[in-house]
Design a protein. Structure first.
Length: 179
């Protein structure tokens, strides 16, 4: 009887040692600015799986998503039901435009997002207009339009799934993703 308990205990410990921790798929990542909300600088790693995508010992690889997040900020935020770019958002977009000019071979996705309020169709359209507003501002700053592609996720990819004002502030965003 003691051997059975000992065996079960050892198997349980062996399985626990093999457990892996899943990535935070829905966590808020990146950095940016907003007049009404705050977002901290959180690592956004590149998931290509190659050794070349790992950060250099002195910092992130130039032109990588991590470089964008760390040195510039990859997101801006919008107020409720708006596509207007705030002063803070424009400042971040100006830094992004400079970064894109320094990294001429880089193309990016400009993603638009919305909070959960409103219908799916309305939020997809609103998020698309947000992505286009970002793209158009970057083009006006001298970034080639052929380097910027837009896509809308509406309310489908919240960084904070809660139904509170703090979460909605985080979810109304535009994000630049290196392709």
């Amino acid at each position: 009887m003691r051997w059975k308990i000992l065996l079960v205990l050892m198997v349980g410990l062996g399985l626990a040692a093999c457990e892996t921790t899943p990535e935070d798929v829905g966590s808020a990542q990146g950095s940016g600015t907003s007049g009404s909300s705050t977002a901290g600088n959180v690592d956004r790693s590149v998931s290509s799986g190659s050794v070349a995508s790992l950060p250099a010992p002195g910092g992130p690889r130039p032109g990588s998503q991590e470089d964008l997040v760390t040195n510039v900020g990859d997101r801006i935020f919008f107020t409720f039901d708006s596509i207007q770019l705030s002063v803070d958002a424009r400042a971040t977009l100006e830094k992004q435009a400079q970064w894109l000019k320094q990294n001429r071979g880089i193309t990016v996705w400009v993603e638009g997002h919305a909070d959960e309020r409103g219908t799916r169709e309305y939020n997809l359209a609103l998020a698309e207009r947000r992505a286009i507003a970002i793209r158009d501002y970057l083009v006006a700053l001298g970034v080639g339009q052929n380097r910027l592609q837009t896509r809308s996720f509406g309310k489908e990819r919240p960084v904070d799934p809660r139904s509170v004002a703090e979460a909605w502030d985080k979810n109304r965003r535009g994000v630049m993703v290196v392709r």
